[in-house]
Design a protein around this ligand. Structure first.
Ligand SMILES: [Zn+2]
Length: 554
């Protein structure tokens, strides 16, 4: 609010003391997008702007590149405008369940016009360079890339109204919210305070309908973002990376916005003290900021949203995407840095802003390429769900040597799997494969076990316990390792397991996760935020645990 008022005051002064806007404003731009309009508008105090129809430009792209571009309406706004999405993929008209989805959105806030242009120009760049650029081709061939440049078409139309139906004119150009009619001449919900995760948190939007950050009557009350929600939660899809483009202040922000707590996926059980994704977010976010800087020397600050990037905010898209997917989720605040010119970025800066953001966008898309797999059975090819679980060849027990005298290890072959011995140190080898095209540093690999005769195999985390490396209940178990797994390669990690009692029907369970390939959650509303036991990052294997006096290890 404060920024907007400063801007209005500054621009008012500018108009009063300067020559007529038509001479002092930059020449009209051919890239500013209206929802469905082509023409020129003279916005008092802002000069002459040329608009293009976003709808026409998206459909033209699809017509020119029909194999890789498809335009889809995700739903309608309050005033009945379509929310247009463009999908880029090889064989674009089919849904390939093996290809992860990515999503860029823009224009949630009406006045942030550059937030529409950058995702649109990224879509255009991807389509135009598919044939000639190997890097772009690899992304389109291996991902399903969704781009929604204008989430708030009603608000966008309002910001370029000529004449503005309300006075003064500046309030149209600087409109932020959508155009929900709240009665009594009050309009608009702040779409980026209306997302359904922690909507009600202390850092949430205002309860006052007249506020710039009015959060709406309930989470996801607004059709514009319901459309995005339904795209992301469609059952056949697994979205793994997200950017929400805004302006201004030049920031690369990641979850959480609602809290100062570090980001931990909701798939994780707090009892097991799960590591946060802060380190991986910082690595990816800071790389993006460096890539942006490398183009024109513009500094974008990279940090957690609530920690000055730019400030605590709840009910925001970035938190929601991460909460639902566990995947990479960013907000980028584009140019300019400060309140001059603030939301009204001169058109000659549109293309440079796109150009400096392109390498970061391509890099982020590449981070969605890893595919971590622990097989459920020898026949498991990684598709979900696999046919059978409990027979993972990637979990192999090297049983403790029998007896006190003979402590010599017997040979243990590549495919061996032995019974375990209670109250002795057994080795468990876990192999994780990366079928993807990008390395994964520091994947979290965890090993759990339980007595299998008692509980439902598919349940998690009910009944499972972390394996303990020394059997001493007073020391923390080492059931978790951080492992780097190269693209198109695999890595094997060794756990030490001391089962406390003989267990004829035990089960070992491996969970692997990383920000770049999270464990997906069940979508059933009754099972909110339960991890999907059939995700290919989870595998299990039966094992018999004998007491030292019973049986043999082979
Ligand atoms: Zn914004």
């Amino acid at each position: 609010m404060r920024r907007a008022l400063v801007l209005i005051a500054a621009l008012g002064l500018f108009v009063l003391v300067s020559s007529p806007p038509a001479q002092t404003q930059p020449p009209p731009s051919l890239v500013y997008h209206a929802y469905d309009f082509t023409g020129t508008t003279n916005i008092a105090g802002f000069g002459v702007w040329e608009f293009r129809s976003l709808k026409d430009d998206l459909f033209a792209l699809a017509e020119q590149y029909p194999e890789i571009v498809r335009v889809v309406s995700l739903g309608q706004s309050h005033e009945g405008r379509e929310i247009w999405a463009v999908k880029l993929s090889d064989d674009v008209s089919t849904e390939d369940p093996a290809e992860p989805e990515t999503l860029f959105i823009g224009g949630q806030h009406a006045r942030e016009w550059i937030g529409v242009e950058v995702p649109f120009l990224i879509a255009q760049h991807l389509a135009q360079n598919y044939a000639a650029d190997e890097r772009v081709k690899r992304l389109i061939d291996n991902l399903e890339i969704w781009i929604v440049p204008m989430v708030n078409p009603d608000g966008h139309e309002y910001t370029r109204s000529d004449p503005c139906p309300t006075a003064p004119q500046q309030l149209c150009r600087l409109w932020r919210k959508n155009r929900r009619d709240l009665g009594n001449g009050i309009f608009g919900v702040d779409l980026n305070r209306n997302w359904g995760f922690q909507w009600d948190a202390r850092a949430g939007g205002s309860r006052n309908p007249q506020s710039l950050t009015y959060r709406g009557p309930e989470p996801f009350s607004e059709p514009e973002i319901q459309a995005i929600r339904d795209l992301v939660l469609a059952p056949q899809r697994q979205f793994k990376a997200f950017i929400d483009y805004h302006s201004y202040s030049q920031i690369v922000g990641w979850p959480w916005g609602y809290s100062f707590e570090p980001p931990i996926p909701l798939s994780e059980d707090k009892r097991f003290d799960p590591p946060s994704d802060s380190v991986e977010y910082a690595r990816i976010g800071e790389t993006m900021a460096k890539l942006i800087y490398s183009v024109y020397g513009q500094t974008y600050r990279a940090c957690q949203i609530s920690l000055e990037c730019p400030y605590p905010a709840a009910g925001v898209s970035t938190d929601w995407f991460y909460s639902e997917t566990g995947g990479i989720s960013f907000v980028i605040e584009l140019r300019p840095q400060g309140s001059e010119p603030g939301f009204v970025l001169p058109p000659e800066q549109i293309r440079p802003t796109f150009e400096e953001n392109l390498p970061a966008a391509l890099y982020l898309l590449e981070q969605a390429l890893p595919e971590l797999i622990v097989r459920d059975s020898p026949r498991d090819d990684g598709s979900v769900p696999s046919g059978e679980i409990g027979f993972s060849p990637d979990i192999r027990v090297d049983g403790a040597p029998l007896g006190i005298v003979n402590t010599t290890e017997e040979p243990f072959g590549e495919n061996d799997h032995e019974n375990a011995i209670a109250n002795a140190v057994n080795r468990v080898y876990v192999t994780v494969h990366n079928r993807g095209l990008t390395d994964v540093p520091n994947a979290v690999v965890e090993l759990y076990w339980r007595d299998n005769s008692q509980l439902d195999l598919s349940a998690w985390p009910e009944g499972w316990q972390p394996i303990d490396d020394d059997g001493d209940p007073l020391t923390a178990p080492t059931f978790r390792h951080f492992v780097s797994i190269p693209a198109n390669g695999s890595a094997t990690v060794t756990f030490l397991w001391v089962p406390p009692v003989a267990t004829p029907d035990a089960m070992l369970l491996v969970r692997v996760r990383h920000l770049q390939d999270p464990i997906r959650l069940l979508r059933d509303p009754a099972l909110r935020f339960e991890p999907d036991r059939y995700d290919n990052n989870i595998a299990s294997r039966r094992v018999q645990v004998f007491s030292t006096t019973l049986g043999t290890t082979k």
